[in-house]
Design a protein around this ligand. Sequence first.
Ligand code: PAF
Length: 279
Amino acid sequence: MLIAHSISDLRALLAPYRSPAFVATMGNLHDGHLALLRSARGLGDVSVASIFVNRLQFLPHEDFDSYPRTWEQDCARLEEGGCDILFAPREADLYPEAQTFKVLPDPALADILEGHFRPGFFTGVCTVVLKLFNCVQPRFALFGQKDYQQQMVVRRMVRQLALPVEIVTGQTERAEDGLALSSRNGYLDAAARAEAVQLPLALRALGDAVRGGRRDLDALEAEAARSLAARGWQPDYLTVRRRADLLPPQPGHADDWHSLVVLGAARLGATRLIDNLEI
Ligand code: PAF
């Protein structure tokens, strides 16, 4: 695996290739990232991963400083996973001056759910993803379905800005008990790790109720949040949305109820977990 820290070194390494397939990460890699890398290897003529903890997508009280940085382990995992090129810019390489030009994503999609609880998050994500795309110039870019809203926002950015890249979504990788793999799972102690599976279980129960014909979403969602809260969680949202635009399905619109996704975000102690389930 070749490693580039600067944009010019990356461009030199990529010069011989026509169709890079790209996986953007913030490091602390797990099997979900490696599954995306595997798909990338089957798509492009060179696989590229990036590791960059993007300050722009963290709120001041969030975990930017403590976000796990596991460089040696990540390099070993990428190497094993067959990554051809790793782009690992320092902050001064990617943001040599204050990043005052930013991408403002459609608020209808980006200011709800995650964007509501983490204002500015998707501006930070889109800005760095666009910049990484400009550096790598990928033909394919792979994003995990675990960050459901993120991959939708990125897809819409690509479509509206006519970026010459195809977005591919990789399915969520889960631990044996069903917990979605996430870099933030590493923050959980043994007791919290055992409890964490209650989030996907709550999403499944909510999905089952809707599949069983329940349409009283406000009551169902409130009950799901109350059940998690009773176990010591602080839920931000557990909600059923249309896959197409992440808006709530309307009770009188039969078509709204065919293609749904249940999304949830909740804090367990200091750790905020998110997950989703298409139903
Ligand atoms: O999903 C992530 O790890 C990040 O949001 C991303 C896409 C690498 C942008 O910093």
